[in-house]
Design a protein around this ligand. Structure first.
Ligand SMILES: Nc1ncnc2c1ncn2[C@@H]1O[C@H](COP(=O)(O)OP(=O)(O)O)[C@@H](O)[C@H]1O
Ligand SMILES: Cc1ncsc1CCOP(=O)(O)O
Ligand SMILES: [Mg+2]
Length: 284
């Protein structure tokens, strides 16, 4: 898609200042995430400059959660005993005015998972990030579960624009849909108003590494944690853009998914301002 140079000039300094804030503040991110993703999520957060802690036992929350800078909740390997922990952590985050971010992995794959995600949505996540099928499943809850591909999407992200808008308005959260184009939207939000932004960075091979979606959602939590609460929308755009640019730069050195995983983390760690400004591709 053609992009307007002025839009790039506007977004470049914004994204860079959000990345710099994250590196300066090194926010502490409590992660309640799936077993598959724990390693990539922790390494993504560390390479970006944040401090991850995989703490999911409810007995620890009253001591630990008040001191975090943001909470990340991911339902990827959900089981009934984890759901109360997720809800308790979200409630504590809200009580202590910490942002929290939800990844509704495979939301449409079972009624149990869908109900769990809907219960978590009632606890008002600051941001929800899913792939297109997940965002469509959440927006159509109760209508039609349809066929799914589990954790992978069977829709293009651009097919989920209306679903994202619906979910953003219904939940009050910022909604991000990842894919070939990442879509970030907020509708009638008291804090963020009506906004719709498209990030055109990334490479298709990111889909061939498990947990890149989980990792970019965790990165959103870190960017939002380091930002002024009024700038959570721009922080979300910045996180998606930085991760996808690191993917593009990593791809220049990679031979396949395994080496892309390594170069992705290295590129995120080393991303400097000239590289960011030369790769950034955001519209809206
Ligand atoms: N076709 C694609 N082209 C470029 N980047 C993509 C593509 N599909 C996914 N991505 C990127 O891969 C990362 C993970 O997104 P995605 O695969 O949609 O999440 P999930 O793993 O939750 O399904 C995001 O940074 C996204 O922008
Ligand atoms: C394979 C798998 N199964 C349950 S969670 C998970 C990881 C999903 O990661 P992502 O949503 O980032 O592709
Ligand atoms: Mg996912």
């Amino acid at each position: 898609m053609e992009t307007n140079k002025e839009e790039q000039l506007e977004w470049g300094p914004t994204v860079w200042s959000h990345l710099t804030a994250l590196r300066d503040r090194s926010p502490l991110i409590q992660c309640i995430t799936n077993f598959v993703s724990m390693d990539l999520v922790a390494n993504t957060l560390l390479s970006a400059g944040a401090s991850p802690a995989m703490i999911h036992s409810i007995q620890e929350f009253s001591d630990f959660t008040p001191h975090i800078d943001a909470l990340y909740v991911n339902v990827g390997t959900l089981s009934p005993d984890w759901l109360p922990s997720m809800k308790a952590a979200a409630l504590l985050a809200n009580e202590h005015r910490k942002p929290w971010v939800l990844d509704p992995v495979a939301a449409g794959s079972s009624q149990f998972r869908l109900n769990a995600c809907l219960e978590l949505l009632l606890l008002k996540p600051t941001v929800i990030r899913g792939n297109a099928s997940e965002i469509i499943a959440l927006s159509q809850a109760g209508i039609d579960m349809g066929p799914t591909k589990g954790v992978d999407s069977c829709h293009e992200s651009m097919d989920a624009v209306e679903a994202a808008k619906f979910l953003a308005e219904a939940s009050g959260s910022i909604v991000a849909v990842s894919g070939a184009v990442d879509i970030i939207c907020s509708i009638k939000s008291i804090t963020h108003g009506d906004r719709l932004v498209f990030v055109h960075n990334g490479v298709p091979m990111l889909q061939k590494i498990t947990a890149t979606g989980c990792a970019v959602t965790a990165l959103i939590a870190a960017f939002v944690a380091a930002a002024d609460p009024l700038h959570a929308f721009d922080a979300t755009v910045s996180a998606l853009s930085v991760f996808a640019i690191a993917g593009e730069m990593g791809m220049e050195l990679a031979k396949g998914p395994a080496s892309l995983r390594m170069h992705l983390i290295d590129s995120l760690y080393g991303l400097d301002q000239p590289a960011l400004l030369s790769h950034i591709n955001i519209t809206g």
